[in-house]
Write a protein that binds this ligand. Sequence first.
Ligand code: CA
Length: 227
Amino acid sequence: MPNPAPAPEPVRLLLVEDDQETAAMLAELFADEGYEVDVALDGQQGLHLALSRKPGVIVLDRGLPAIDGLELMVRLRRVGVTAKILMLTGHGDVSERVRGLNAGADDYVSKPFDLDELIARVRALHRRHLEHTDLLPLGQGYLDPRQREVLTSKRGLVQLSARECDLLRTLAVAPDVIRRRSDLRTQVFPEATSESIVDTYVHYLRRKLGREAIHTVHGLGYRAGVV
Ligand code: CA
């Protein structure tokens, strides 16, 4: 007899939605799908729960009181939260979606949404969260964090060390967000005593991938570039 498939690891899902009726309906729906659901009714509570409960997937409404959905996402990405984020957007506007994706959203669904589509998209993000199968774009090329490889247009396939990969992944997950050296030091090199370790690894990455791979934002920090 074939072995039964292992039960999927339960994933904690954070829902940030200020419309109470929608929040209650979606929370029940996701719980039925097997998620461990936390609900936040404003951006401030969303920030708190995202940091304390460490969800694998976040379903985030774009328009929220206290902290706006886009601003909340930027803050989460800035402090290194790598949970998969699906944004619920009321805007049909393409530029609004592009802004969301560049600020670190993994997917979006427009309101009014189809429930089956929403569930399917959340499931796809959940799978990507568990399998770490994301390819993160860096201009024309991309980073494959699982293989620790970067595919570049000029240099072909480039292998990274674990730390180089962690640093690049932290930047590439939200390419428009500027990351402070102090935050990168805490997140990627927690044992290091000096922020200069960040500069050292930026230097290693540029040597392997080219100068444009990481942008220096003077006085502020670093941001993902192109390979
Ligand atoms: Ca709203």
